[in-house]
Design a protein around this ligand. Structure first.
Ligand code: FE
Ligand code: CA
Length: 533
């Protein structure tokens, strides 16, 4: 380790310890000077859902909270009128050096959530923030701005996470992420699950259950469901500790939905009403930019973020514009989870991202000057065929294997000579994966053009190690893969390398589970492909 690196690690460790102390002591300070002590909070705790930040830019960051003294009520226990919420951003966790402050409006139309863009900040800096309403202060959050666009940044550390079925296990991984020395949490979908776990798979019970009939799902259901997830202290801690970048997958709405199609083939208009409710409640509970506020059943999700000259990150929406499953019946066994002998999947026009997002990504990649280009999407991009005895290849219906033409177009864009050092990040498959991505992923003689790192789930159950072995055997480009452990991935990006650390613990995750490093990988700058370290 070089001296400068050592110094940096030490100062970061000191900052992390100081932060833990601040979080413990200043989190619940009662303030007498806080405005609007209008009695509506009736001394119940107002900030039960915590605080969060996200989408860091060089001079701004999004700050989020929601007023909810009764979080398991659809209205949060707040009167149906607009309420003022004060916010402050400071250089220190005790708020002696406040640099920005203002008053936001918590609007009942968005469940009294606020999405404040705190502007006028310094690039590449740590900040602390908090809110005040109903005579109370919120817990203190810590965040960070992105470096200046032209900054020669030496490092970016990220925690990559996805898939947190509440009933399948505890969110203990988030406790570790909260304490980790990272600049960003990148969450790649399945933030909530609306399906109830079968009794045998249930590690803990969730206070809210959706009606079985799709038509009975309401905005109130999705709001209560989101709020009850946020009652998990570990999830709140990970939000309060770091800025997040988020994309969604299917379970934020409904398992296996695609665009405006739901897999149960109910009336499309009825499904769009469900999707509208789900998108709205999602927006209300996550630290995303206010410009993403949904209109009707749509919400703009894709985004591009820059970390100085070191990294560009493209956040992809792989659900809202996705084509429906191509085959049914005998060609879609296991409840449609896999496809078997389904030539319709090969149709060239099939898309996972939609044409305009595909074009936007290809143009962005071609024009990027960043050392590393991260494609942040929701599932595994390298082949994950299951070569089952007698049946032959089974294709995961939700993954890129079911969209071969769309994947080929993306690989073409990545393989352009001036597009180098692309790393695809993903989740969804509930297993840690490191893989090589070839120009033609189905041809072992095709050149490797990019690298892939997929995180296992925070809590959601994975496939058995037996099925895992079938998949591994059928896909030689998988460098590392394990299905029986839950966890997350630490990514350490420097101008010369991306190092990854797969953190894991055996399923199911208990409140006191300990995580260990399951495997490490390295991606060298200028050398597409990933190797075990
Ligand atoms: Fe999942
Ligand atoms: Ca999923």
């Amino acid at each position: 380790m070089q001296r400068r690196d050592l110094f940096r690690s030490l100062s970061r460790a000191a900052a992390a310890i100081a932060w833990q102390q601040v979080f413990a002591s200043a989190g619940r300070a009662q303030a007498t000077e806080v405005a609007d002590a209008g009695g509506w909070s009736e001394s119940a705790e107002v900030f039960t859902l915590g605080v969060a930040s996200g989408e860091p830019q060089p001079e701004s960051v999004v700050l989020w909270t929601r007023l909810a003294p009764r979080p398991l009520q659809a209205d949060g226990g707040v009167p149906a009128r607009a309420l003022p919420v004060q916010w402050e951003v400071a250089l220190d966790g005790r708020f002696n050096q406040v640099v920005r402050q203002g008053v936001a409006v918590a609007d009942p139309a968005v469940a009294h959530s606020v999405h404040v863009v705190a502007e006028g900040l310094q690039p590449g800096r740590e900040y602390f923030y908090r809110f005040a309403a109903g005579g109370q202060h919120s817990p203190v959050g810590r965040t960070r701005t992105a470096p200046a666009p032209d900054a020669r940044v030496g490092s970016l550390r990220m925690a990559l996470a996805s898939c947190q079925h509440y009933e399948h296990g505890h969110f203990t991984a988030h406790r570790e992420i909260a304490a980790a020395d990272v600049d960003l949490v990148v969450f790649v979908g399945d933030y909530i699950y609306t399906t109830e776990a079968p009794r045998h798979a249930r590690q803990r019970t969730h206070p809210h259950v959706f009606a079985r009939d799709l038509g009975e799902r309401s905005l109130a259901d999705y709001r209560i469901h989101h709020a009850s997830y946020k009652l998990d202290a570990d999830l709140r801690a990970a939000h309060a500790a770091h800025p997040w970048l988020m994309v969604w997958d299917d379970h934020e709405v409904l398992a296996d939905y695609a665009g405006d199609h739901d897999p149960y083939l109910t009336d499309a208009r009825a499904f769009l009403a469900v999707r509208a409710a789900a998108y709205k409640a999602y927006f209300e509970h996550v630290p995303v930019s206010p410009h993403r506020v949904p209109a009707d059943a749509s919400m703009p999700m894709q985004g591009r973020f820059q970390w100085g000259q070191l990294a560009d990150l493209w956040l992809l929406d792989t659900r809202q514009h996705r084509d429906a499953a191509p085959c049914h019946g005998v060609h879609a066994p296991m409840d449609g989870k896999v496809l078997w002998r389904c030539p319709a999947a090969e149709v060239p026009s099939r898309t996972m991202l939609g044409q305009s997002q595909e074009d936007w990504l290809a143009e962005g990649l071609a024009g990027s000057m960043a050392a590393w280009k991260f494609i942040v999407q929701t599932t595994q991009m390298s082949p994950g065929l299951m070569h089952a005895p007698l049946l032959g290849d089974l294709v995961y219906a939700e993954g890129w294997d079911a969209f071969p033409a769309a994947r080929a177009r993306l690989m073409e864009a990545i393989a352009q000579p001036r597009v180098q050092d692309v790393v695809v990040l993903g989740g969804d498959v509930h297993r840690h994966v490191a893989a090589n991505l070839r120009l033609n992923p189905r041809d072992a003689s095709s050149p490797i053009v990019a690298s892939e790192v997929v995180t296992s789930s925070i809590s959601s159950k994975g496939l058995s190690e037996l099925v895992n072995a079938w998949i591994k055997r059928a896909n030689p480009d998988i460098v590392h893969m394990r299905s029986d452990e839950r966890g997350y991935v630490l990514l350490d990006v420097s101008p010369r390398q991306v190092r990854c650390e797969f953190r894991g613990t055996l399923h199911p995750v208990k409140a006191q589970s300990k995580f260990r490093t399951q495997a490490r990988c390295v991606i060298e700058r200028g050398v597409p492909g990933v190797r075990k370290a």
